[in-house]
Design a protein around this ligand. Sequence first.
Ligand code: HAM
Length: 425
Amino acid sequence: MAKQAFQTVRGMYDLLPERRRLFDYVMTTFAAAAVEAGYGQIETPVLEDEGLFLRSIGEGTDVLDKEIYALTDRGNKRLALRPEGTAGVARAYIEHGMGSLPQPVRLFYMESMWRYDRPQEGRYRQHQQLGLEVLGDASPSSDAQIITLMQRVYRRLRLQKMSLQINSIGDAECRPKYRKALVEYLVEHTGQLAELDRERLAKNPLRVLDSKEAATQSVLADVPQTLNFLCAACQAHFAGVLEYLDDLGITYELNPLLVRGLDYYSRTVFEFYGQREGAQASLGGGGRYDGLLEQIGGVPTPAAGFGGGIERIVLELEAAGVVPPYTEPRRAYVASLGEPARLVAFRLIEQLLDVHVPATGAVDKDGIGAQLARADKLGVPYAVIIGQKEVQDGTVLLRDMTSGAQETLKLGEVAAELRRRFDIS
Ligand code: HAM
């Protein structure tokens, strides 16, 4: 019977060590900036009650209607793999009574998300997101601080060509009026809308605004804009956010069509773009979601946040030619020849590792030539060679892999000598 060759599930990927280092660079840079700004890291379970996403993300959004990975468990409970992080964090805030902590509560996360999307570069069925949530503060300064924190992260990652788009989509008071005007306008122009947008118009008309469909673009040129419908409180909030950004000299573009793909937003929404183009260009986005906590059973709690795809940041780093500052640790390769040397070599590797000297080796196979060739391929600076004679004498040969020079050392002195040569204090 032929062997079954398994592959990664469509839209998912293996992260091999070299690329994983880029992810690590992004994550450690983000986490350090978040911790400095007073955020604590949170991890929520991969699976949540499906109803949480129904109530928060909203029906009529692509994420909920087409992309959710839902399942029924053995107890007949409907669960879903989280497609995003905000809903789970909001649930945790309520469940753990974080409303009684000093407000606002600032949380960050770096987690995998699942969306049954059409896979392509920058769009996966399992992606990793870094995110921030600030819960319990209604002030525009929180919105601005989330933006400035992410700008700091992009700057530290050495991504130069970032742009920021921002909009306000109003709140429960003014959005219904806007929605009504929008629907009236779109209904008048139904004939010009792309098929997909006609469906969106029926289900969730705001989604038409960020349509990428070519046919719809001419309709959007004169579409009513959210900013013209804001109530006084939303206007003041938005002006407040922009004042903080202006004060710091942060450049942004007002994009009246920016609405974002999840239903829980109110007031501020924003999105960051890099130099890569196309539908997968958004490096991250977020906004305010003052109604969400109440919607999922909590007391009214204003909140705002951000989420960004790590893969897209990594693609951007690669496009910009940014190489993270990483150096493989200098390592010793222990090579041995013959039976009595095998155990000595095995023991030496363990002794070296115990005192933090990076070491490796294959102790029970191949001749010395093949072992040294492997050491060479690995690019190690030193090989420690143990043959029969060395075992008898209680010594080793220390070989400088660059010059080929060899010297004899006492077995008991190897660790200290390598620590000295590798500058391990
Ligand atoms: P989102 O815009 O749906 O927002 O996702 C945030 C970011 O995750 C996107 O800008 C993109 O970089 C990345 N992303 C989303 N889907 C995929 C995918 N299929 N493959 C690769 N990357 C992807 C949220 O999820 C909100 N929870 C953000 C937020 C936090 N708003 C407030 N707080």
